[in-house]
Design a protein around this ligand. Structure first.
Ligand code: LLP
Length: 432
């Protein structure tokens, strides 16, 4: 059990969360190595080891640190990066270049050069001019790069509008208009500097049903068939993205990897038989589902304001700077008073952050134990898109992250200091 309650205290991966808060300070991101490893094992058991010629590239954007690169490598996964910064982190962690894939709708020339210099495994090309840039770089450097085209499958998925990516009106992917996609494919097939591996799609994030994945797959398979018919070219790979939802609250009907992947694999196998081709290598890009439930955030409770008959605000020492998701997507979370974990949840409160924004609310209408200043509040399922989307708004430092495992804790990201925050600021002569 990753989460346990003993003597009225919340334990996370064997660690007493109140002691963690005392030792490392709050706000504090706590990541369970055991939970991350279990998720990776689930991916190996239900996908990588079950189906031959498959890869899982962890979507680094969910949570990336040097230590996370080490865990991902050790657990046999590849890495999907979307920026020079993520790629740099992977390089610094000595992550094997051939296991890195590079996504993104507007990669800079510098980022592409870094990727090509490092000989990364795949570049997922998101627009037509990007292919020209890659070709130019490869020509100059005498290299050949493996690419996939990210297509816009034109499906609408059931998630917050900001995190759906597969619909036709999207900044992501190449639209499937015949006069756009076919010349692009022809160009990639014929380029001496490009290994054209196939297609990629990603329909959205935090998905709790497989409908849009299956629809997008249908579109991708049709395209693969068209390419065989038109150019007699069999694309050796297909990347079906990530987006597998997790449980934030009891309302989330989370599904297994198998629920998403088995029907897709079945269709791909059938298709390959019908077409009499070797099934393409299948790649997935899970992010949130590996780290989301593997992390919690610990806060210290400060001011409590009871506006009689209206609302009781319980403020914590972090908020939208360490977790923007409630403010940005109206995302829902659950949490408990970590040092009163056994107590009846008799109070109905709103957990608010400390930023100067009325929208800085972490949990609206939370049923919690009666809280006082100094109590520790734990918010669950914050491992994905918390640290990675943290900001310095109001000049709040980015919290520390500790990695916990079987009762042991180690710091993997130090708390940002005030000095750190102003380190890049300069007073020009004119103001001295
Ligand atoms: N692959 C691609 C190409 C993606 O764009 C994404 C997420 C993923 C994989 C990983 O998706 P996941 O398995 O984590 O759902 N900040 C938002 C999520 C944005 C996701 C963007 N792309 C949030 O906090 O919900």
């Amino acid at each position: 059990m990753i989460k346990e309650i003993k003597n009225n205290i919340l334990y996370f991966d064997g660690c007493n969360t109140v002691e963690l808060a005392e030792k490392y300070g709050t706000p504090l991101y706590v990541m369970s190595e055991t939970a991350i490893v279990e998720k990776c094992k689930e991916i190996r058991d239900t996908f990588l080891n079950k189906y031959e010629r498959t890869r899982a590239a962890y979507a680094a954007k969910a949570f990336l640190t040097l230590s996370m690169c080490r865990i991902i490598e050790r657990e046999g996964l590849c890495l999907d990066v979307v920026s020079g910064g993520e790629l740099y982190t992977a390089i610094k962690a000595n992550f094997p270049a051939e296991k890195i894939e590079f996504n993104g709708n507007n990669k800079s020339i510098g980022e592409l050069e870094l990727a090509i210099d490092y000989n990364i495994g795949r570049i997922i090309v998101d627009g037509l001019d990007e292919l020209d840039i890659i070709e130019g770089i490869c020509k100059k450097k005498g290299k050949k790069t493996n690419i996939l085209y990210r297509i816009t499958p034109g499906v609408k998925s059931d998630s917050h509008d900001y995190i759906v990516t597969g619909k036709k009106d999207s900044k992501f992917g190449i639209p499937l208009d015949d006069e756009v996609i076919f010349p692009a494919i022809e160009k990639a097939i014929n380029s001496p500097h490009i290994n054209f591996m196939g297609f990629h799609f990603h329909v959205g994030s935090q998905l709790l049903n497989n409908e849009s994945h299956l629809k997008a797959l249908g579109t991708a398979l049709k395209l693969i068939k068209d390419i065989i018919d038109k150019y007699n070219y069999v694309t050796p790979e297909l990347n079906i993205g990530g987006g597998f939802g997790i449980k934030y609250t009891d309302d989330d009907d989370k599904k297994s990897y198998a629920y998403f992947l088995d029907p897709m694999m079945e269709r791909i196998e059938e298709f390959s038989k019908e077409m009499n081709i070797t099934r393409p290598e299948i790649v997935i890009e899970p992010g949130r589902s590996i780290v989301g439930e593997s992390g919690i955030t610990l806060y210290t409770i400060g001011t409590i304001k009871d506006i009689k008959g209206i609302r009781k605000y319980v403020s914590v020492d972090g908020g939208m700077t360490d977790n923007i998701r409630p403010a940005l997507y109206q995302a829902k979370y659950e949490g408990i008073v970590a040092n009163k974990a056994d107590m009846a949840k008799t109070d109905l409160v709103t957990i608010s952050g400390k930023c100067c924004e009325s929208g800085d609310i972490l949990i609206k209408d939370a049923h919690i134990a009666i809280a006082e200043r100094g109590d520790i509040f734990a918010v669950f399922s914050t491992g994905a898109y918390g640290y990675s989307m943290a900001s310095n708004y109001n000049k709040n430092p980015v919290p520390a992250t500790v990695l916990v495992k079987d009762g042991k804790s180690e710091i993997i990201v130090k708390r940002q200091t005030y000095d750190h925050m102003i380190a890049n600021e300069v007073i020009p002569e004119s103001l001295k």
